[in-house]
Design a binder for this molecule. Structure first.
Ligand code: AHR
Length: 504
C-alpha cells in the first residue's frame, strides 16, 4: 500500500466553521421525545420531566442548533396543541409515523430542554407548510418571539413563559418535494407558499433566518430543478436552502457504503452550483448558504418494510421506530460524512444530525433504565469539540479502491481544522477494510511541534456495536507510533478506521 499524503498550509483555507454545523434534530417520532429526552417517571428526571442522564450525554456530544418538531411530523403539527397546561392538551393522530401524539411535551418543554443543554444550544423551529400556511406561521412566531402586549404573546406569558423564546432560525416546512409528505407540493406551489410565508415572517421580524426546503436527497427525480424553481421564487427572502441525505449499504455493497461521502460532497457541490446559478440569473450579490439539516446513516429499507406492517387501527404512543443500532463500520461512514461537511464549511453553515435520541441516534435509552452512547456518538463528539476554527484546504494524494457506485475512490478521506490558538486537528478515515494506510502530512508554515493525541475508532470486528447489555463494547483507543518530525506528521491508519490526530 503506498503512503497517502497531503500538505497543510495556513495560507490555504476553506473557511471558518460555523458552530451550527454541529446541530442535531429532535422529532416527535418513535421514542426520540417520549422516553428519550422526556420521561417524567424516570429516576433521573428533573422537575420538568427531562432525563438528566440524557442531558449529560447531549452536552458531552456537543450539539448546537436543535431542529424541532419534525421532520415529516411537522406537516401535521398544530403548534397550539403543544402549549398551555399539559393536562388540557389534545391527543392527535400523527399521520407521518402512524402514532398517537399526546402533546405532553411541547414548545415550552423544547425551549426548556435547550436552555438546560447550555448556551451553545439554539432553537431551529420548523413550521408546517404541508397542511397549514402563512397565518399559522405568523401566529407561532408571535407566540414564541413577541415580548408581550398582544393576544398571543400574552398567552405565552400566561402559560408561564415570561421571556420570549427568541427563535431566530426557522425551516419553511419539511421535505415538500417528497410524495410521502402530508401536503406534498410541486416546486412552483411550494416556492410560492414559502415566499409568501417568508415575506410575512420578515414583516414581523426582519432579523429571522429562513431555510427553504431543498430536495430530500440527490436521487429525487426533481433534484436541482426543484432547488432552481424554489430559489427563483424565494432568493431575496431566505438565507438557506436545505439538503437531506441518508446512507446505508444498498444491496449489501459495503465498499460503496464506505464511500457515501462522495455522494454527499457532490450533492453539496451541485446545490451550491444551482443556488449560485439562480443568483447569477437574478444579478444578485447575495449568496444562499446550505443547511444540511438531516444527515446520517439510516437502514431505510428496514423502516420501509416495517411501515408496510402497520395495522390500520393501531396508533401507538411512542412506539419503537427507527432504532438503528450502529456498528463500527457505520461509525466510520458517519465520520466520513462529518469530514464532508467540514470540507464544505464555507457554504454549509448549518447541519443537523438526524436524530438525537433513540431514533437513528447517537444516544440510546431504555424506559426506566440507562442511557448509552452508540458508536456514532464518538466521531460527532470529537468533531464538535475539536472541529472549531478555520478548515484548511486538504487535497489528498491517496491510494484508491474500486466501488460499484462511485468508481475509483480514494482510500483516505480527510480534513483538518486550525483552532484560534494555532493547534490543528486532522480528521481522517481509512476506507480499506483489509489494510492499514500509512499517512504523511507536510506541515507548512504551521508552528506545530508535537502530537497531543491520536484517537482511533476501529475494531477487529467491524460489526461490533454498543447495546443495552454491553453499552461500552466500542470506544476510541489511542493510535500507535504517530509522530511529528521535521515538519511532517506520520501515522498509520488502521483498516476501517476513524482517526482524530491533534497537533500543538
Ligand atoms: O429523520 C427521519 C425522517 O427522515 C424525517 O422525519 C424526514 O424529514 C426524513 O424523511
Amino acid at each position: 500500500m503506498h503512503t497517502a499524503r497531503f500538505t497543510l498550509d495556513p495560507a490555504f483555507t476553506v473557511g471558518e466553521v460555523n458552530p451550527r454545523l454541529f446541530g442535531s434534530f429532535v422529532e416527535h417520532l418513535g421514542r426520540c421525545v417520549y422516553t428519550g429526552i422526556f420521561e417524567p417517571d424516570h429516576p433521573t428526571a428533573d422537575d420538568k420531566g427531562l432525563r438528566r442522564d440524557v442531558l449529560d450525554l447531549v452536552r458531552e456530544l456537543g450539539v448546537t442548533a436543535v431542529r424541532y418538531p419534525g421532520g415529516n411530523f411537522v406537516s401535521g403539527y398544530k403548534w397550539e396543541d403543544s402549549v398551555g397546561p399539559a393536562e388540557d392538551r389534545p391527543r392527535r393522530l400523527d399521520l407521518a409515523w402512524h402514532s398517537t401524539e399526546t402533546n405532553r411535551f411541547g414548545l415550552s418543554e423544547y425551549i426548556d430542554f435547550l436552555r438546560k443543554i447550555g448556551p451553545q444550544a439554539e432553537p431551529m423551529m420548523a413550521i408546517n407548510l404541508g397542511t397549514r400556511g402563512v397565518a399559522e406561521a405568523l401566529e407561532l412566531q408571535e407566540y414564541a418571539n413577541h415580548t408581550e402586549g398582544t393576544a398571543l404573546s400574552d398567552l405565552r406569558v400566561s402559560h408561564g413563559d415570561k421571556d420570549p423564546f427568541g427563535i431566530r432560525l426557522w425551516c419553511l416546512g419539511n421535505e415538500m418535494d417528497g410524495p410521502w409528505q402530508t401536503g406534498h407540493k410541486t416546486a412552483e406551489e411550494y416556492g410560492r407558499v414559502a415566499a409568501e410565508t417568508a415575506r410575512a415572517m420578515r414583516q414581523l421580524d426582519p432579523g429571522v433566518e429562513l431555510v427553504a426546503c431543498g430536495s430530500s436527497s440527490q436521487s429525487m427525480p426533481t433534484f436541482a430543478q426543484w432547488e432552481a424553481t424554489v430559489l427563483e421564487e424565494t432568493y431575496d427572502l431566505v438565507d438557506y436552502i436545505s439538503l437531506h441525505a441518508y446512507y446505508w449499504p444498498e444491496d449489501g455493497d459495503v465498499d460503496s457504503f464506505l464511500a457515501s461521502a462522495v455522494d454527499m460532497e457532490s450533492f453539496i457541490d451541485n446545490v451550491v452550483a444551482t443556488a449560485d446559478h439562480v443568483g447569477a440569473r437574478l444579478k444578485s450579490k447575495k449568496r444562499i448558504n446550505l443547511s444540511f439539516d438531516e444527515w446520517n446513516v439510516w437502514y431505510l429499507p428496514e423502516w420501509e418494510a416495517r411501515a408496510k406492517t402497520f395495522e390500520q387501527d393501531d396508533w401507538p404512543e411512542a412506539p419503537r421506530l427507527l432504532e438503528d443500532n450502529y456498528s463500527v463500520t457505520d461509525a466510520v461512514v458517519f465520520g466520513s460524512l462529518l469530514i464532508a461537511l467540514l470540507r464544505h464549511a464555507d457554504r454549509v453553515t448549518v447541519a443537523c444530525l438526524a436524530q438525537l435520541v433513540n431514533v437513528i441516534a447517537p444516544i440510546m435509552t431504555e424506559p426506566g433504565g440507562p442511557a448509552w452512547r452508540q458508536t456514532t456518538f464518538f466521531p460527532f463528539a470529537q468533531a464538535s469539540r475539536y472541529g472549531r476554527g478555520q478548515v484548511l484546504d486538504v487535497r489528498v494524494d491517496s491510494p484508491t479502491y474500486e466501488t460499484k457506485k462511485y468508481g475509483e475512490t480514494d482510500l483516505l478521506h480527510a480534513t483538518a481544522v486550525r483552532a484560534e490558538d494555532g493547534t490543528v486537528t486532522v480528521f481522517a478515515v481509512n476506507r480499506s477494510r483489509t489494510d492499514a494506510l500509512p499517512l504523511d502530512v507536510a506541515l507548512n508554515g504551521l508552528d506545530l511541534t508535537r502530537v497531543v493525541e491520536h484517537s482511533v475508532l476501529a475494531d477487529a470486528d467491524p460489526d461490533a456495536r454498543n447495546t443495552l447489555d454491553d453499552p461500552e463494547r466500542v470506544a476510541p483507543h489511542p493510535g500507535d507510533g504517530t509522530a511529528l518530525r521535521d515538519g511532517t506528521l506520520s501515522a498509520v491508519l488502521e483498516p476501517l478506521s476513524w482517526n482524530v490526530i491533534r497537533l500543538a
